[in-house]
Design a binder for this molecule. Sequence first.
Ligand code: AFP
Length: 327
Amino acid sequence: MTINFSSGFAKNFQDTKQAEIRATVSALCVAAKRISHICARGPLENGLGDITGGANSDGDAQKALDVRSDEIVTAALETAPVAYYASEEQDDILTLDVNKPLAVASDPLDGSSNIDTNVSIGTIFSIYSACKDAKSSFFRVGSEQICGGFFVYGPQTTLVITAGDGTDTYVLDPDTGDFELAISNMKIISASTEYAINASNHKHWDASIRAYIEDCLAGVSGPLAAQYNMRWVGSLVADANRILSRGGVFMYPSDNRAGYQEGRLRLLYEANPVAFVIEQAGGVATDGTRRVLDMPLTALHQRVPLVFGSKTPVRTIEKYHLRSKNI
Ligand code: AFP
Protein backbone atom coordinates (compact mmCIF):
# COMPACT_ATOMS: atom_id res chain seq x y z
CA MET A 1 0.00 0.00 0.00
CA THR A 2 2.74 2.47 1.05
CA ILE A 3 0.36 5.22 2.28
CA ASN A 4 -3.17 5.06 3.69
CA PHE A 5 -4.52 8.46 2.61
CA SER A 6 -7.12 10.21 4.69
CA SER A 7 -10.53 9.91 3.01
CA GLY A 8 -10.54 13.64 2.22
CA PHE A 9 -7.03 13.91 0.80
CA ALA A 10 -7.05 16.01 -2.40
CA LYS A 11 -10.87 15.97 -2.39
CA ASN A 12 -10.86 19.52 -3.85
CA PHE A 13 -9.85 17.98 -7.16
CA GLN A 14 -11.79 16.04 -9.81
CA ASP A 15 -11.41 12.28 -9.50
CA THR A 16 -8.80 12.00 -12.28
CA LYS A 17 -6.57 14.76 -10.84
CA GLN A 18 -7.03 13.37 -7.34
CA ALA A 19 -5.86 9.94 -8.55
CA GLU A 20 -2.84 11.52 -10.26
CA ILE A 21 -1.86 13.38 -7.08
CA ARG A 22 -2.30 10.26 -4.95
CA ALA A 23 -0.23 8.15 -7.36
CA THR A 24 2.59 10.72 -7.31
CA VAL A 25 2.57 11.06 -3.51
CA SER A 26 2.59 7.26 -3.22
CA ALA A 27 5.65 7.13 -5.51
CA LEU A 28 7.36 9.77 -3.35
CA CYS A 29 6.55 7.66 -0.27
CA VAL A 30 8.29 4.68 -1.88
CA ALA A 31 11.35 6.88 -2.44
CA ALA A 32 11.17 8.24 1.11
CA LYS A 33 11.05 4.74 2.58
CA ARG A 34 14.24 3.86 0.70
CA ILE A 35 16.00 7.08 1.75
CA SER A 36 14.82 6.62 5.35
CA HIS A 37 16.25 3.10 5.38
CA ILE A 38 19.61 4.34 4.09
CA CYS A 39 19.65 7.14 6.69
CA ALA A 40 18.82 4.65 9.46
CA ARG A 41 21.87 2.59 8.51
CA GLY A 42 24.07 5.73 8.74
CA PRO A 43 27.79 4.86 8.87
CA LEU A 44 26.99 1.25 7.97
CA GLU A 45 26.27 2.64 4.48
CA ASN A 46 29.88 3.77 3.99
CA GLY A 47 30.33 7.47 3.43
CA LEU A 48 26.83 8.91 3.00
CA GLY A 49 28.20 12.28 4.05
CA ASP A 50 31.29 12.06 1.88
CA ILE A 51 31.76 14.81 -0.66
CA THR A 52 31.37 13.31 -4.12
CA GLY A 53 33.52 15.93 -5.82
CA GLY A 54 30.43 17.15 -7.61
CA ALA A 55 28.53 20.35 -6.95
CA ASN A 56 24.93 21.39 -7.43
CA SER A 57 23.79 24.34 -9.52
CA ASP A 58 24.68 26.76 -6.75
CA GLY A 59 28.13 25.31 -6.27
CA ASP A 60 27.19 23.55 -3.02
CA ALA A 61 29.39 20.45 -2.62
CA GLN A 62 27.27 17.34 -3.21
CA LYS A 63 27.30 14.61 -0.57
CA ALA A 64 26.91 10.95 -1.57
CA LEU A 65 23.43 10.85 -0.02
CA ASP A 66 22.37 13.96 -1.97
CA VAL A 67 23.13 12.15 -5.22
CA ARG A 68 21.66 8.80 -4.14
CA SER A 69 18.48 10.49 -2.90
CA ASP A 70 18.08 12.32 -6.20
CA GLU A 71 18.50 9.03 -8.10
CA ILE A 72 15.91 7.35 -5.84
CA VAL A 73 13.38 10.20 -6.28
CA THR A 74 13.94 10.26 -10.05
CA ALA A 75 13.37 6.50 -10.32
CA ALA A 76 10.19 6.76 -8.22
CA LEU A 77 8.78 9.61 -10.32
CA GLU A 78 9.38 7.61 -13.49
CA THR A 79 6.64 5.25 -12.21
CA ALA A 80 4.25 8.15 -11.54
CA PRO A 81 2.09 10.42 -13.80
CA VAL A 82 4.89 13.01 -13.92
CA ALA A 83 6.12 14.77 -17.06
CA TYR A 84 8.84 16.97 -15.59
CA TYR A 85 11.17 16.84 -12.58
CA ALA A 86 13.16 19.80 -11.23
CA SER A 87 15.75 18.98 -8.55
CA GLU A 88 18.16 20.92 -6.38
CA GLU A 89 20.75 18.35 -7.43
CA GLN A 90 20.29 18.81 -11.20
CA ASP A 91 21.16 21.95 -13.20
CA ASP A 92 18.21 21.65 -15.57
CA ILE A 93 14.67 20.25 -15.60
CA LEU A 94 14.43 16.53 -16.39
CA THR A 95 11.75 15.51 -18.89
CA LEU A 96 10.33 12.10 -17.90
CA ASP A 97 7.30 11.83 -20.25
CA VAL A 98 5.75 14.86 -21.96
CA ASN A 99 2.40 13.05 -22.16
CA LYS A 100 1.97 12.88 -18.39
CA PRO A 101 -0.07 15.47 -16.46
CA LEU A 102 2.05 16.57 -13.48
CA ALA A 103 5.35 18.32 -12.70
CA VAL A 104 7.38 17.77 -9.50
CA ALA A 105 10.10 19.92 -7.93
CA SER A 106 12.20 18.55 -5.07
CA ASP A 107 15.10 19.01 -2.74
CA PRO A 108 15.72 15.27 -2.49
CA LEU A 109 17.94 15.56 0.57
CA ASP A 110 17.58 18.69 2.70
CA GLY A 111 20.03 19.16 5.55
CA SER A 112 23.05 17.49 3.97
CA SER A 113 25.40 19.11 6.47
CA ASN A 114 23.70 16.97 9.14
CA ILE A 115 24.07 13.60 7.42
CA ASP A 116 27.03 12.39 9.53
CA THR A 117 25.68 13.81 12.80
CA ASN A 118 22.51 11.71 13.13
CA VAL A 119 20.35 14.85 13.09
CA SER A 120 16.97 14.85 11.29
CA ILE A 121 17.14 15.51 7.53
CA GLY A 122 14.48 15.25 4.86
CA THR A 123 13.04 15.40 1.35
CA ILE A 124 10.96 18.38 0.23
CA PHE A 125 8.55 18.24 -2.75
CA SER A 126 6.14 20.40 -4.68
CA ILE A 127 3.59 19.21 -7.29
CA TYR A 128 2.07 21.28 -10.13
CA SER A 129 -0.16 20.48 -13.08
CA ALA A 130 2.21 20.29 -16.06
CA CYS A 131 1.93 23.09 -18.62
CA LYS A 132 2.76 23.04 -22.33
CA ASP A 133 6.48 22.64 -21.67
CA ALA A 134 8.99 22.04 -18.88
CA LYS A 135 9.86 25.67 -18.20
CA SER A 136 6.31 26.97 -17.98
CA SER A 137 5.47 24.08 -15.63
CA PHE A 138 7.78 25.57 -12.98
CA PHE A 139 8.26 29.25 -13.85
CA ARG A 140 5.10 30.42 -12.11
CA VAL A 141 3.97 31.45 -8.58
CA GLY A 142 3.95 28.97 -5.72
CA SER A 143 0.22 29.49 -5.12
CA GLU A 144 -0.31 27.33 -8.25
CA GLN A 145 1.00 24.26 -6.42
CA ILE A 146 -1.62 21.51 -6.22
CA CYS A 147 0.23 19.55 -3.52
CA GLY A 148 3.35 20.08 -1.43
CA GLY A 149 5.18 19.02 1.70
CA PHE A 150 8.19 17.25 3.11
CA PHE A 151 9.43 13.99 4.65
CA VAL A 152 11.49 14.07 7.84
CA TYR A 153 13.98 11.24 8.51
CA GLY A 154 14.32 11.50 12.28
CA PRO A 155 13.25 9.47 15.33
CA GLN A 156 10.11 8.96 13.26
CA THR A 157 9.89 9.09 9.49
CA THR A 158 7.04 11.49 8.85
CA LEU A 159 5.29 13.08 5.88
CA VAL A 160 3.87 16.60 6.31
CA ILE A 161 1.59 17.32 3.35
CA THR A 162 -1.16 19.54 1.96
CA ALA A 163 -3.26 19.42 -1.21
CA GLY A 164 -4.82 22.81 -0.43
CA ASP A 165 -7.34 21.64 2.14
CA GLY A 166 -5.37 21.69 5.40
CA THR A 167 -2.02 20.23 6.48
CA ASP A 168 -1.73 16.64 7.74
CA THR A 169 1.07 14.54 9.19
CA TYR A 170 1.51 10.86 8.34
CA VAL A 171 3.97 8.58 10.16
CA LEU A 172 5.76 5.60 8.61
CA ASP A 173 4.74 2.65 10.78
CA PRO A 174 7.88 0.49 11.12
CA ASP A 175 5.67 -2.54 11.82
CA THR A 176 3.65 -2.32 8.59
CA GLY A 177 5.89 -0.30 6.29
CA ASP A 178 2.98 2.04 5.49
CA PHE A 179 2.51 5.75 6.12
CA GLU A 180 -0.50 6.21 8.41
CA LEU A 181 -2.39 9.44 9.14
CA ALA A 182 -1.32 10.68 12.58
CA ILE A 183 -2.42 14.34 12.80
CA SER A 184 -5.05 15.89 10.51
CA ASN A 185 -5.69 19.58 9.87
CA MET A 186 -2.74 20.86 11.92
CA LYS A 187 -2.93 24.44 13.22
CA ILE A 188 0.07 26.62 14.16
CA ILE A 189 -0.45 28.71 17.32
CA SER A 190 -0.52 32.39 16.36
CA ALA A 191 1.80 33.71 19.08
CA SER A 192 5.16 32.24 20.12
CA THR A 193 8.40 33.28 21.81
CA GLU A 194 10.64 30.76 20.04
CA TYR A 195 12.70 31.74 17.01
CA ALA A 196 15.03 29.87 14.68
CA ILE A 197 17.95 31.61 12.99
CA ASN A 198 21.65 30.90 12.46
CA ALA A 199 22.86 33.47 14.99
CA SER A 200 26.48 33.16 13.80
CA ASN A 201 25.47 35.31 10.83
CA HIS A 202 24.55 38.29 13.04
CA LYS A 203 27.20 40.58 11.56
CA HIS A 204 25.92 39.86 8.03
CA TRP A 205 22.24 40.67 8.63
CA ASP A 206 20.52 43.89 7.66
CA ALA A 207 19.48 46.34 10.38
CA SER A 208 15.87 45.12 10.66
CA ILE A 209 16.75 41.51 11.47
CA ARG A 210 19.54 42.57 13.83
CA ALA A 211 17.10 44.87 15.64
CA TYR A 212 14.45 42.15 15.92
CA ILE A 213 16.86 39.53 17.28
CA GLU A 214 18.40 42.04 19.71
CA ASP A 215 14.91 42.93 20.95
CA CYS A 216 14.16 39.21 21.45
CA LEU A 217 17.43 38.85 23.40
CA ALA A 218 16.47 41.88 25.53
CA GLY A 219 13.75 39.66 26.97
CA VAL A 220 11.03 40.79 29.40
CA SER A 221 12.56 44.24 29.98
CA GLY A 222 13.04 44.81 26.24
CA PRO A 223 10.63 46.26 23.62
CA LEU A 224 9.04 42.86 22.95
CA ALA A 225 8.48 42.32 26.70
CA ALA A 226 8.90 38.56 26.67
CA GLN A 227 11.50 35.90 27.39
CA TYR A 228 12.51 34.22 24.09
CA ASN A 229 14.01 30.83 23.30
CA MET A 230 16.06 29.86 20.25
CA ARG A 231 16.38 26.67 18.23
CA TRP A 232 18.43 26.12 15.04
CA VAL A 233 18.69 22.57 13.65
CA GLY A 234 20.29 23.40 10.31
CA SER A 235 17.66 21.25 8.58
CA LEU A 236 14.75 23.26 7.21
CA VAL A 237 12.41 20.26 7.47
CA ALA A 238 13.22 19.74 11.17
CA ASP A 239 12.73 23.42 12.05
CA ALA A 240 9.51 23.57 9.98
CA ASN A 241 8.16 20.43 11.64
CA ARG A 242 8.84 21.85 15.11
CA ILE A 243 7.13 25.14 14.22
CA LEU A 244 4.08 23.26 12.93
CA SER A 245 3.89 21.29 16.15
CA ARG A 246 4.55 24.04 18.73
CA GLY A 247 4.72 27.39 16.94
CA GLY A 248 7.65 29.73 16.45
CA VAL A 249 9.28 31.65 13.63
CA PHE A 250 12.05 30.59 11.22
CA MET A 251 14.30 33.15 9.58
CA TYR A 252 16.87 32.72 6.86
CA PRO A 253 17.16 36.37 5.77
CA SER A 254 19.27 37.93 3.09
CA ASP A 255 22.75 38.85 4.32
CA ASN A 256 25.82 40.60 2.99
CA ARG A 257 27.90 37.49 2.33
CA ALA A 258 28.71 36.85 -1.32
CA GLY A 259 25.85 34.83 -2.81
CA TYR A 260 23.52 35.40 0.16
CA GLN A 261 21.89 38.64 -0.99
CA GLU A 262 18.72 36.57 -1.48
CA GLY A 263 19.33 34.30 1.48
CA ARG A 264 20.15 30.61 1.17
CA LEU A 265 16.89 28.77 0.55
CA ARG A 266 15.50 28.13 -2.91
CA LEU A 267 12.05 29.36 -3.86
CA LEU A 268 10.88 26.47 -6.07
CA TYR A 269 11.65 23.35 -4.03
CA GLU A 270 12.20 24.63 -0.49
CA ALA A 271 10.36 27.89 0.29
CA ASN A 272 7.22 27.25 -1.80
CA PRO A 273 6.31 23.78 -0.46
CA VAL A 274 7.11 24.82 3.12
CA ALA A 275 5.08 28.01 2.69
CA PHE A 276 2.17 25.94 1.33
CA VAL A 277 1.99 23.61 4.39
CA ILE A 278 2.58 26.52 6.79
CA GLU A 279 -0.23 28.65 5.32
CA GLN A 280 -2.60 25.67 5.22
CA ALA A 281 -1.90 25.28 8.95
CA GLY A 282 -2.82 28.92 9.62
CA GLY A 283 0.74 30.28 9.61
CA VAL A 284 2.42 32.91 7.42
CA ALA A 285 5.42 32.72 5.05
CA THR A 286 7.14 35.81 3.58
CA ASP A 287 10.50 37.01 2.29
CA GLY A 288 10.37 39.48 5.18
CA THR A 289 7.58 41.58 3.72
CA ARG A 290 6.06 39.79 0.67
CA ARG A 291 4.04 36.54 0.62
CA VAL A 292 6.30 33.73 -0.64
CA LEU A 293 3.50 32.04 -2.61
CA ASP A 294 2.95 35.23 -4.66
CA MET A 295 6.59 35.43 -5.82
CA PRO A 296 7.09 34.45 -9.48
CA LEU A 297 9.95 32.05 -10.26
CA THR A 298 12.39 33.66 -12.71
CA ALA A 299 15.36 31.29 -12.32
CA LEU A 300 15.17 27.54 -11.60
CA HIS A 301 17.42 27.66 -8.51
CA GLN A 302 16.39 31.16 -7.45
CA ARG A 303 16.99 31.92 -3.77
CA VAL A 304 14.60 33.80 -1.54
CA PRO A 305 14.93 35.26 1.96
CA LEU A 306 12.54 33.20 4.13
CA VAL A 307 10.55 34.05 7.25
CA PHE A 308 7.73 31.69 8.24
CA GLY A 309 5.74 30.36 11.18
CA SER A 310 3.34 31.78 13.75
CA LYS A 311 1.40 34.76 12.46
CA THR A 312 2.29 37.23 15.25
CA PRO A 313 6.12 37.07 15.05
CA VAL A 314 6.12 36.99 11.22
CA ARG A 315 4.00 40.16 11.17
CA THR A 316 6.22 41.75 13.84
CA ILE A 317 9.32 41.07 11.71
CA GLU A 318 7.46 42.62 8.75
CA LYS A 319 7.02 45.81 10.82
CA TYR A 320 10.77 45.86 11.64
CA HIS A 321 11.50 45.61 7.90
CA LEU A 322 9.06 48.40 7.01
CA ARG A 323 10.30 50.61 9.84
CA SER A 324 13.92 50.19 8.74
CA LYS A 325 12.84 51.36 5.27
CA ASN A 326 10.79 54.21 6.83
CA ILE A 327 7.67 52.84 5.11
P1 AFP B 1 22.32 21.73 3.41
O1 AFP B 1 21.36 20.80 2.72
O2 AFP B 1 23.43 22.20 2.54
O3 AFP B 1 22.77 21.22 4.75
O4 AFP B 1 21.49 23.07 3.71
C1 AFP B 1 20.39 22.93 4.55
C2 AFP B 1 19.62 24.23 4.42
O5 AFP B 1 19.31 24.45 3.08
C3 AFP B 1 18.36 24.21 5.26
O6 AFP B 1 17.84 22.94 5.42
C4 AFP B 1 18.80 24.82 6.57
O7 AFP B 1 17.76 25.50 7.23
C5 AFP B 1 19.91 25.78 6.15
O8 AFP B 1 20.42 25.29 4.92
C6 AFP B 1 21.02 25.82 7.14
O9 AFP B 1 21.91 26.80 6.67
P2 AFP B 1 23.22 27.15 7.53
O10 AFP B 1 24.07 25.92 7.46
O11 AFP B 1 23.80 28.35 6.84
O12 AFP B 1 22.76 27.45 8.93
